[in-house]
Design a protein around this ligand. Structure first.
Ligand SMILES: [Zn+2]
Length: 252
């Protein structure tokens, strides 16, 4: 049966021992890691889940900006990261930049160093890369300007930006995933959601443990709400996001 659902950004909860849980056979998903401890767990899970390995899920390796302080203290994280790409990881994520009122200039600078390095690995190997970007769009654009983007493009997950940024990021073949928390639907947000070109749109839940039916329901609801805003049908949104994500994450 052809799959119609593609969850372009998820995680695993600490208790999940299986990559694909019961009833999930109709949903393809990308499962992101965020720190070296999780990379060790994902390596083990890859061995244990070999039987279900297919084009339906992909485990990715990333150092999330929230976990940088801890991992950054160990100089071995980059070697571990490269080893993950040799052994189990099929892409890079979740990586990114995150700025809020607690972020110091030093920590933001360190985030940029870590992202630049991870991004340049993605560029060199033309790997899919899933980026978290909060209050840091200017810095991200500047960084992409120097590293470039993988040939296949980059993926910004649950991005909150303007329609103008969609245009600025187009030259890096940027894909945007939209999740169940669509709103608040301000004028700017609505313009952003309408500005994403059809060929650059993904859906995501950003959720760990969910059974297949629940995950499909979340994706269906997101597609329905988004279809309403963009003047499309939910089926069109599901079909095109599935095809886009399959091409981006599993394509050559
Ligand atoms: Zn995430």
């Amino acid at each position: 049966m052809k799959k119609l659902f593609f969850d372009a950004h998820t995680h695993l909860s600490a208790s999940e021992a299986k990559v694909v849980s019961h009833g999930e056979s109709q949903v393809s998903r990308i499962i992101n890691s965020t720190c070296p401890e999780e990379w060790i767990r994902f390596a083990r899970l890859t061995d244990e889940n070999k039987k279900t390995a297919s084009q339906n899920w992909l485990l990715t390796c990333g150092l999330h900006p929230w976990n940088l302080a801890e991992a950054g203290l160990r100089s071995t994280w980059q070697a571990q990261f490269l080893e993950a790409l040799e052994t189990w990881a099929g892409g890079i994520g979740e990586v990114g930049l995150h700025r809020d009122q607690h972020t110091s200039a030093d920590s933001f600078a360190a985030q940029q160093v870590a992202l630049r390095w991870q991004l340049s690995v993605a560029v060199k190997r033309n790997l899919p890369v899933s980026i978290h970007c909060v209050q840091a769009a200017g810095a991200l654009v500047a960084l992409l300007e120097t590293t470039g983007a993988p040939k296949r493009g980059v993926h910004l997950h649950d991005f909150r930006g303007s329609a103008e940024l969609v245009k600025r990021l187009a030259k890096y073949q940027t894909y945007f995933s939209v999740g169940p928390k669509l709103g608040p639907l301000t004028k700017k947000r609505t313009a952003f959601l309408c500005a994403i070109p059809e060929g650059r749109l993904f859906l995501e839940t950003d959720q760990a443990a969910q059974d297949g039916a629940m995950r499909m329901r979340l994706l269906q609801e997101t597609a329905t709400a988004l279809a309403d805003i963009r003047g499309q049908t939910p089926t069109e949104i599901l079909k095109v996001t599935e095809a886009n994500a399959r091409k981006y994450f599993f394509g050559p």
